[in-house]
Design a protein around this ligand. Sequence first.
Ligand SMILES: Nc1nc2c(ncn2[C@@H]2O[C@H](COP(=O)(O)OP(=O)(O)OP(=O)(O)O)[C@@H](O)[C@H]2O)c(=O)[nH]1
Ligand SMILES: [Zn+2]
Length: 319
Amino acid sequence: MVKPARARPLGHADGHTARRDGLVIASHGRHCVVETPEGERVICHPRGKKSQAVVGDRVRWQASEDEGTIEEVLPRKNLFYRQDEIRTKSFAANLDQVLILIAAEPEFSEAQLARSLIAAAAERIAPIIALNKSDVVAPFERAWERLAPYRRMHHGVLPLSLKASPEVDRATLMKLLAGKTTLVLGPSGAGKSTLTNLLAPGARASTAEISQALNSGKHTTTSTTWYWVDDERSTALIDSPGFQEFGLNHIEPMQLAALMPDIAEHAGECKFYNCTHLHEPGCGVIPQVSSPGHPGPISPSRYRIYGELFAELSQSRHR
Ligand SMILES: Nc1nc2c(ncn2[C@@H]2O[C@H](COP(=O)(O)OP(=O)(O)OP(=O)(O)O)[C@@H](O)[C@H]2O)c(=O)[nH]1
Ligand SMILES: [Zn+2]
């Protein structure tokens, strides 16, 4: 329930109200919803630029009139964001992991998948890749095949069928998610709402309520929302749109190789310490790229994505 906080003086005789702890569970434009340790929800505004908070932030806030003011954003463990030419957009803070949900259909974009993995790696956030709709057999087989390079990486790929085997999938997911804060990302139609409804059945009603409170009835959607999976409030999912446009402008081109595990594995074998792995003689990466008649550990698609991103990030830096 989103309740306005009452402006009651808490503790201080000099008239100041006390600062209280809170967790940001939704944000929209400049205001956000803060949840107290007791589970009360309060609409808050930042005091200034410095107290601009994102979902997942731990904050100190103070009750004012009928709402609240964020006085301080506590230090973040990480901040997951994307950045394009125009703006930086934060997804969420203080994450334990990112669950990237794609599906047999609609066909997923490997470039988008790679980008989100790079963004997670840059913030040292562990990724889980799940491929949904295993019941749609032929498209699933094609998608599973396309994911071969990702299945070989440390995180692997988790097959799901959220519609056909919800109970089995719920149990599998709960083992991975229990006690953690997980950001769920994925293209439209992959099954994000299905997953959220399966794990946090009250989620839809709670979003509707939050959106309404934040927008005072206007028909705009909340951008990012936090859902508790359990009554004890130890396991959380964060739902966020924006998988489609995953700008990585905050990443240096020379950082890229280190953020792609299959390329990083061979990037230490290059002759030049500042090798871009694009054309240099003595490069340790290039000979490892698989080609017809020359199988190798780096898939051509991953290497192509590396090259495209390198060019994109170099260009955006030279403007
Ligand atoms: N065949 C099949 N369909 C599924 C499965 N999981 C979800 N779907 C269907 O896929 C469609 C999209 O699922 P949603 O959960 O709405 O997807 P979403 O990612 O939330 O999509 P947006 O709301 O557009 O972001 C729905 O029609 C679901 O019923 C599955 O395991 N198998
Ligand atoms: Zn190299």
